[in-house]
Design a protein around this ligand. Structure first.
Ligand SMILES: NC(=O)c1ccc[n+]([C@@H]2O[C@H](COP(=O)([O-])OP(=O)(O)OC[C@H]3O[C@@H](n4cnc5c(N)ncnc54)[C@H](O)[C@@H]3O)[C@@H](O)[C@H]2O)c1
Length: 264
């Protein structure tokens, strides 16, 4: 074996995902699409779990054209019965499920005094309940296998507040706490961690900016940013690390990938 081959083997033991099946919720767009492509490049077979079939199929096609393996399965993460059926289907189709990335999420801007019950329910259902029950359903499969790794996508908004995003901030604080509680209960069997991105240039962010040019939320965050906007690809190496065996003693942790934002 050459030195180069030994190096590659060593890196693979830490970061390689060969033979793993990884579910990526929200995998059709933004951060989720980057996680899907990145984990596929690290060797995983990707199940893109989303409600946007058109975008999901584009992600699947791009992974396959690069020699990776991927498929799309439609699932609305806010529908617990559908989520349980989805988990059954994944294990029936692949025999096992090794990694779950919970990236499906959305934001809604409004001052607190005008925040509607509908918008509140929608954001909490997608960002927190969706993460919780997808983790429960896939986690049950992982517990039966005795092994698995879940990576939740929280936010810097799980730690700090900014204007006109109260329901989003509540949901992401909840994701940080869900990460700890799942990790504790499932210690030694399933690892559960999270990533807290800073402001990332994604369709979600573009939608917010297009609606109003800028918002009190983005103005507030951008005012304190140390560098340029983050890109979805900037999130990928953290997800590969947390998903893989290199992080075998890391659980219950939320890793900020925020270009130093929370350090201030
Ligand atoms: N963009 C940012 O600045 C930023 C910052 C911090 C955290 N995040 C988090 O990253 C995650 C991804 O955000 P993004 O910016 O990539 O957004 P995005 O809008 O680009 O992607 C969200 C994806 O979730 C899917 N989705 C929506 N509802 C769904 C449902 N009910 N079931 C299944 N899939 C559903 C959408 O179809 C879409 O593919 C979210 O949890 C978001 O809160 C984003």
């Amino acid at each position: 074996m050459t030195t180069e081959e030994r190096r590659m083997d060593y890196l693979k033991t830490l970061f390689g995902l060969d033979g793993r099946v990884a579910v990526v919720t929200g995998g059709a767009s933004g951060l989720g699409a980057a996680f899907s492509r990145g984990l596929a490049a690290a060797g995983a077979t990707i199940v893109v779990a989303d409600i946007n079939e058109e975008l999901a199929n584009e992600v699947v096609a791009s992974i396959r054209s690069g020699g990776g393996e991927a498929e799309f399965r439609r699932v609305d993460v806010t529908d617990v019965a559908a989520v349980e059926a989805f988990a059954d289907d994944v294990v029936e189709g692949h025999g096992h499920v090794d990694v779950l990335i919970n990236s499906a999420g959305a934001a809604h801007r409004s001052p607190i005094e005008e925040f509607s019950e509908d918008a509140y329910d929608r954001i909490l259902a997608l960002n927190l309940k969706g993460t919780y029950f997808m983790s429960q359903a896939i986690g049950r499969k992982m517990l039966a296998q005795g092994k698995g790794s879940i990576v939740n996508i929280a936010s810097i908004g799980g730690f700090i507040a900014y204007p006109h995003s109260s329901a989003y901030l509540c949901s992401k604080g909840g994701v940080v706490q869900a990460t700890k509680s799942f990790a504790l209960e499932w210690y030694g069997r399933v690892r559960v961690n999270a990533i807290a991105p800073g402001l990332v240039d994604s369709p979600l962010l573009q939608k917010v900016l297009a609606a109003s040019g800028s918002t009190s939320t983005t103005d507030f965050i951008q005012h304190r940013m140390l560098g340029p906007l983050l890109q979805p690809d900037d999130m990928v190496s953290a997800a590969i690390f947390l998903a893989g065996d290199g992080a075998s003693r890391v659980t219950g942790h939320t890793l900020a990938v925020d270009d130093g934002y929370l350090a201030q």
